[in-house]
Design a protein around this ligand. Structure first.
Ligand code: CP
Length: 364
């Protein structure tokens, strides 16, 4: 049942946002004639999302369909997350992830308490995540945490009893970034959501700059891409390292029966790529490592006319601003869409799908 609208509020209608940027693919095709499967999304109720493996392919697609709806309608009058409090606990710098989660919560009428800098918590006095987890149980209904340590998630979960969303843990994973990546790709090519394999000559060549073994956004993107292997011809990782994958990622690639290779020359491989996943920084040990500046793309690069470029941002010299106003730019769609796909995840984890307006087509 949908809640009653407060007096004097307009019925939401499916309209393009007034400030739609024509470079961004439209969200509509993902849910047109394709109702959202609420039963599938209810599986996420109360669930922690630590790794890509915590999401199924169907859940990813339904989340993206819901995000596409949320991108089109005015959801605020339905107060989907009223009464819910999330903490954004960031023990490592962030622009997009923390702010887009906070924007998502606030636009759904949830509330946020925020740790923008872990040094301002009891950690500065030697407090453990074990103890902080116990405090979070009392203060909020959901934790969204980023941390420099890969094992921080495990430390917190020793005592945490509310759901946890991993917003990036050291060199581990960043599953909601991968959701934002794939939301942008599914808007670009809605047919990628089909379980029917693409014809061989229509399968996509995917190029990924970076090291999945040590770069969490790259790793999560690659792991989520394996759910769409029926549409992917080959994955090429562009890296200075001889073995950038790490053993567990190789196992996943083999299991998905995807051809993969490694090259250290982006210019050589560029003309054949359909999707180029750029990246700039890896968090190694306790410091950032910047990639070699020879891995640079600009509007003069030999990209296929139809190719799209993704980048989780923040960027440095590897992604020139001259690409921003070209049709290759999918990275702003990635960043903008993150609000809606995170809203979809929050509504699912908080089990508030019953707050969707009646005009949104759903089943289950
Ligand atoms: N993409 C991403 O994780 O960006 P932030 O580091 O700004 O959160």
């Amino acid at each position: 049942m949908n809640p009653e609208l407060p007096p004097n509020t307009m019925q939401p209608v499916l309209v393009p946002p007034e400030d739609a940027d024509t470079l961004h693919p439209e969200a509509g095709d993902l849910f047109k004639d394709n109702p959202i499967d609420r039963r599938c999304l209810r599986e996420l109720s109360g669930k922690s999302i630590i790794n890509v493996a915590d999401l199924s392919r169907s859940e990813i697609i339904e989340l993206c369909k819901l995000a596409a709806v949320l991108e089109k309608i005015e959801i605020a009058p339905y107060h989907p997350l009223d009464g819910k409090v999330a903490v954004t606990a960031f023990f490592e710098a962030s622009t997009r992830t923390r702010l887009s989660f906070e924007s998502s919560m606030l636009r759904l009428d949830g509330k946020i308490i925020s740790i923008a800098d872990g040094k301002l918590t009891g950690v500065a006095k030697g407090e453990s995540l074990y103890d902080i987890g116990e405090m979070f149980n009392a203060y909020c209904d959901l934790v969204i945490m980023r941390h420099t340590d890969t094992d921080a998630v495990d430390q917190l979960r020793q005592t945490l009893r509310v759901p946890l969303i991993n917003a990036g843990n050291g060199s581990g994973e960043h599953p909601t970034q991968a959701l934002a990546d794939w939301y942008a790709l599914l808007k670009w090519r809605p047919e990628l959501s089909s379980t029917k394999p693409s014809k061989d000559n229509e399968k996509l060549e995917l190029g990924i700059l970076g090291t999945p073994g040590s770069m969490r956004a790259v790793k999560s993107f690659l792991l989520m891409s394996l759910y769409f292997s029926q549409h992917i011809k080959r994955v090429t990782v562009i890296s200075e390292m001889a073995d950038p994958f790490g053993a567990d990622v190789i196992d996943h690639l083999k299991a998905a029966h995807i051809d993969y290779e490694v090259t250290n020359d982006i210019q050589e491989i560029l003309p054949q790529l359909d999707i180029v996943y750029m990246n700039s920084i890896a968090f190694l040990g306790d410091s950032y490592k910047t990639l070699d500046t020879r891995y640079k793309l600009d509007s003069e690069s030999a990209l296929k006319e139809s190719a799209v470029v993704l980048h989780p941002l923040a960027r440095q010299d590897e992604l020139d601003k001259s690409l921003d106003r070209t049709s290759h730019n999918l990275y702003f769609s990635q960043a903008h869409g993150a609000v809606f796909v995170r809203q979809a995840l929050l509504m699912s984890v908080f089990n508030r799908l019953d707050r969707l307006p009646g005009q949104v087509p759903t089943i289950g």
